[in-house]
Design a protein around this ligand. Structure first.
Ligand code: SF4
Length: 270
């Protein structure tokens, strides 16, 4: 639960909080806006908390003798279906609209190329069919088909993420300990993923489902431009003072159903 804020500053309100993560408590503090705020505007704080969870997970993997094998200029996992919460989609759309027109046009062309390649591979049709939404084999098959289409994320440049500081939580939560070579074909090899004790992406998906009445609460990243044309602003539906919005998010996060335990194999998903 979010504790009461300790200090008030001119710029905002300092909130301290503790989240149960694995067997311990993750203590953190953040300056949240004093006035009206949306959940989308609090994403930088949520990314920082996820970063702290990821650092702890990486330390534990190292201590167990199975260090994280993800490294710079390895974009193998950036050819997978990437879930993006509605709030992150809103933030990414706003960011893209703030770019110079020339850069926007280049990005639009990349999104178009990716969508056309996925359409030609029959993957867009499968995504739109929604047969896979309930989970199980269809979603696994969709993930395999998507990967085998070999279409890079539109934000991938020289095998590196061009939006690293603002990349989606699902990208931050995808860490593996097996050889990077195995990521070249996750359908063929048993890629060993690291299990996050708390995935904040799931909290965002859950809040998205509540406001959108959509069984997923997220969109495939490659649909971002098409989605942004709707003008939908999900953050407006989870709004209040900075303290109120952070408190609501943390309460939802602590009520998020835990990951299924067991061998962690690497696959993105909701
Ligand atoms: S957003 Fe970045 S990290 Fe995520 S799939 Fe795209 S290029 Fe890779």
């Amino acid at each position: 639960m979010a504790d009461a804020p300790e200090n008030k500053t001119a710029a905002g309100v300092k909130a301290t909080f503790a989240i149960p993560v694995g067997g311990g408590l993750l203590r953190a503090e953040a300056i949240v806006p004093r006035g009206p705020t949306t959940l989308t505007e609090l994403l930088p704080i949520i990314r920082n908390v996820e970063g702290a969870i990821g650092a702890r997970v990486a330390q534990e993997a190292e201590a167990a003798g199975t260090p994280i094998s993800c490294g710079p200029r390895c974009g193998a996992c950036c050819r997978q279906l990437v879930p993006v919460s509605l709030f992150e989609a809103e933030a990414l759309s706003e960011w893209m609209h703030s770019l110079p027109e020339e850069t926007q046009s280049a990005l639009q062309a990349r999104f178009h190329r990716s969508l056309m390649a996925l359409r030609d591979a029959g993957v867009v049709e499968k995504i739109l069919s929604d047969a896979w939404v309930a989970g199980g084999d269809p979603v696994t098959q969709l993930a395999i088909d998507y990967f085998h289409a070999g279409v890079p994320c539109p934000f991938l440049e020289d095998e590196s993420c061009s939006i690293h500081p603002i990349r989606p939580l699902s990208c931050r939560e995808y860490l593996v300990t097996s050889s990077p070579a195995m990521c070249q074909d996750p359908a063929k090899y048993q890629v060993a993923g690291v299990e996050f004790p708390l995935k904040l992406s799931r909290t965002l998906y859950m809040l998205g489902r509540k406001i959108e009445n959509d069984p997923r609460g997220w969109i495939p990243l490659v649909f971002l431009l098409a989605w942004s044309k709707s003008g939908f602003r999900p953050g407006d539906h989870v709004a209040g003072t900075g303290e109120e919005v952070l408190k609501r998010f943390l309460e939802e996060a602590m009520g998020t159903p835990p990951e299924t335990k067991g061998a962690a194999t690497a696959q993105r998903g909701s």
